[in-house]
Write a protein that binds this ligand. Structure first.
Ligand code: PBG
Length: 332
């Protein structure tokens, strides 16, 4: 871009900021409930809604309550939700077999929401961490997170989700080769229209702490995820990962976390022009909530400003725990 402008006073940039009407005319970006994907936690049981302490206002819900929550979201104009399973330590195993059980509670939630709201886009989580006794996204053999055997499991997991009506498969595991393997398997099983939103540039981030509480992984995790998630110091590597995932058949790509990584969002959007999403993760959410609870910031304003920042950085959409709150504000 090469802006041309006359010297002051012919140019007074405050002219186009003077009134709400003019500001609305020149506004470059807009936030819409249609841009948002709402992450929801599902757990075993019935009639259960249990708060996640490190994420004020966020619940773990049994399948029936997830359907009720989806109904509320739908009424607010939200059309996309993402289902994450919470599992207790007793539900976790070393072979992670629960992950591809077609009747696990995540899959039952996917099917139940699709049955009630066929017009909603339902996204899944593909990774072994919530089924793994050691909290890792892949199988652990002799202390090593193994790649190729994990990819085989992820394929089974994705197929079970597609069979249950999932619209958007969300591999969050960061193994190599999983996008191509999942895409081939989906084609082979007649799920050619099922999308893949790849967590392409996912960083090894301390901002995931409250999520790991939410899904029951905090106590379980041994070591860290640095051998598969990205080094926060890297930016070019993010482009290589996005290029790789797009070339393997990802329909959409994600950068994660969100706000501290907006430079990556912008580079990805400018380089590839593909549908680009960011995940405003649990730690980002918790920081805003905590500061607001202390009366230090205005929650609504910061929430809207943070989400607009994603749009400005080139994101087409955002996964955010604020989705219902934003939609409620926009409707009201
Ligand atoms: N498969 C793991 C997964 N999927 C989504 C998140 C984080 C989401 C959040 O923090 O809100 C994580 C955490 C991790 O990689 O340890």
């Amino acid at each position: 871009m090469n802006p041309v402008q006359a010297p002051y006073p012919a140019t007074r940039l405050r002219r186009t900021r003077a009134t709400p009407a003019v500001r609305a005319l020149v506004r470059e970006n807009a936030l819409d409930p249609g841009d948002l994907i709402w992450p929801v936690f599902v757990r075993a049981g019935e009639g259960i809604e249990e708060p996640v302490p490190s994420m004020p206002g966020v619940m773990r819900r049994s399948v029936d309550k997830v359907v009720e929550a989806a109904a509320e979201a739908h009424a607010l104009g939200l059309r996309a939700i993402c289902i994450f399973p919470y599992t207790g330590i007793e539900e976790r195993t070393e072979d992670c077999a629960g992950a591809w059980d077609p009747k696990n509670h995540a899959n039952r939630a996917i099917a139940a929401v699709k049955a009630k709201f066929p017009d909603m886009a339902v996204m899944s989580d593909v990774a072994l961490d919530t089924y793994n006794i050691n909290g890792h996204d892949g199988f652990v053999e002799d202390g090593i997170i193994v790649n190729d055997r994990t990819v085989e499991a992820l394929v089974k997991m994705a197929l079970a989700q597609a069979e249950n009506g999932c619209d958007i498969i969300g591999p969050s595991d960061m193994m190599d080769g999983r996008i191509g393997a999942i895409r081939t398997a989906l084609e082979g099983a007649g799920h050619q229209d099922v999308m893949i939103l790849s967590y392409a540039a996912k960083y090894a981030s301390a901002f995931y702490g409250p999520f790991r509480d939410a899904v029951g992984a905090s106590g379980a995790l041994t070591g860290d995820k640095n051998t598969y998630q990205m080094d926060p110091a890297n930016s070019d590597e993010a482009l290589r990962l996005v290029a790789r995932d797009l070339s393997e058949g990802a329909d959409m790509v994600m950068v994660k976390p969100g706000l501290p990584y907006l430079d990556i969002c912008r580079r990805v959007k400018d380089t590839f022009g593909a549908p680009t999403f960011a995940y405003q993760v649990s730690g980002e959410f918790a920081m805003i909530k905590a500061a607001a609870q202390n009366g230090w910031i205005d929650e609504e304003k910061v929430m809207l400003e943070s989400l607009m920042a994603f749009k400005r950085a080139g994101c087409d959409g955002v996964l955010t725990y604020f989705a219902p709150a934003v939609a409620r504000l926009m409707n009201g």
